[in-house]
Design a protein around this ligand. Structure first.
Ligand code: DQA
Length: 137
């Protein structure tokens, strides 16, 4: 199986950014642990702070990978373009969030990803990504 994890804006700062909400582990550290645990799955990773680059990556992998795990971060709540890209591709997308967005500000309750996602996993910290990986096994 081939999975792609895509992280959106500011998630390159995981470990440093608001650790009370997002934890103190960097995504690179977490990814190493996960790759060692799931050795029979190929797990690729891409992060960008730029909306169009996230759309380019979805289009690039969206016809060949078995699954995409997407944390579009703040673009979740604003991006019609990312929502449309998910509709346009064939690979199923699981939406993940580290925090429980529904227990936070009202503007985080809206998602342009969810209506087009296979499923949504949120609120479990970095474990949200692992649960998403398990959903594809
Ligand atoms: C987030 C939640 C978003 O509301 C926020 O903009 C993020 C991270 C999360 O993983 O909890 O950047 O997607």
């Amino acid at each position: 199986k081939k999975l792609m994890i895509i992280n959106g804006p500011n998630l390159n700062l995981l470990g440093k950014r608001e650790p009370g909400i997002y934890g103190s582990l960097s995504f690179e550290e977490f990814l190493e642990e996960i790759k060692q645990k799931y050795t029979d799955i190929k797990i690729d990773y891409f992060q960008s702070n730029i909306e169009g680059e996230l759309i380019d990556k979805l289009q690039e992998v969206g016809f060949s990978y078995d699954g995409i795990i997407l944390n579009a971060a703040a673009y979740t709540h604003t991006s019609v373009g990312i929502g449309d890209a998910i509709k346009a591709i064939e690979t199923p997308v699981v939406e993940v969030h580290i925090s429980n967005t529904f227990s936070r500000e009202a503007f985080r309750h809206q998602s342009y990803i969810s209506p087009n996602a296979k499923g949504v996993i949120l609120g479990f910290g970095l474990q949200s990504y692992e649960l998403a990986i398990q959903s594809f096994i």
